[in-house]
Design a protein. Structure first.
Length: 255
């Protein structure tokens, strides 16, 4: 009797686990489908907006404009550090919003015109690095406990940029480091750091919830960046082995 009870209990537990597994799979599929639908709608919106530019405007023009935004952002930060004028922070926020809009539109613009280039890829990466590093560096000077993490973050960004340059020199239109999932999550974490960090600086709440969220996101970006680089190196290695192996196994032609 005890054995039958235990067997029935095990069968019941297995059935419950199967139901839970099916439910989790259903939720994941629904979330994935919802996320895909939202992304498609957002990408369609980006494409429609990118199509509003005059014919002569290329994706490289938008990327270069974003580089100018990075330079202007750097200047506003330097002037703010020099005299502490509050309106410079508001101006910097406006510049970053424009840079974000340009970042969202240069890719669809390149697809519309069918023009992609290694130069455009390098300019895009350079604009991203400039704006990100300047903004996070400024936040690190204003909020407590950020400087050590920013130093590590800056080192990883430098390694990222160097690796991207090497890769793009070897392979035109190569896959950027941020294209894998950890790299995308790292970009999200850095965006959270910039948004909450700047909000904390503007409002003067340097030790509030916003500053804590910004610091946590910056800390989270470090392991994500390391994992992204690891996956990228592993993928490059597999690609090289896939190219070398067929050549090494090719039968020699008869004399």
């Amino acid at each position: 009797m005890v054995g039958a009870f235990i067997l029935a209990l095990v069968v019941g537990i297995v059935d419950v686990l199967q139901l839970l597994y099916g439910f989790v799979r259903l939720v994941i599929r629904l979330l994935r489908d919802f996320g895909s639908a939202v992304y498609r709608a957002f990408d369609d919106l980006r494409t429609n907006l990118a199509g509003l530019f005059p014919v002569w405007v290329t994706a490289n023009h938008l990327t270069i404009a974003r580089l100018y935004c990075g330079v202007l952002s750097t200047l506003t930060v330097l002037f703010f550090l020099a005299d502490g004028t509050r309106w410079l922070l508001i101006a910097n926020l406006g510049i970053l919003v424009v840079a974000l809009a340009l970042d969202l539109l240069d890719g669809p613009r390149a697809r519309i015109q069918g023009k992609t280039s290694t130069l455009g890829s390098l300019l895009d990466a350079g604009a991203d690095k400039l704006i990100t590093i300047v903004t996070v560096a400024f936040i690190a000077t204003q909020l407590p406990g950020f400087r050590g993490w920013f130093a590590l973050f800056f080192l990883l960004e430098l390694v990222h940029a160097t690796a991207g340059l090497i890769t793009n020199r070897k392979r035109a239109l190569s896959e950027p480091l941020e294209s894998n999932l950890p790299g995308k999550l790292k970009m999200v974490a850095v965006s959270v750091t910039m948004a909450f960090g700047l909000a904390a600086v503007v409002t003067g709440s340097t030790e509030g919830t916003g500053a804590s969220v910004a610091k946590s996101a910056l800390i989270a970006s470090v392991p994500l960046a390391l994992y992204s680089m690891f996956l990228h190196v592993a993928r490059q290695r597999r690609t090289r082995l896939a190219v070398v192996e067929p050549a090494s196994t090719k039968p020699a032609s008869s004399a």
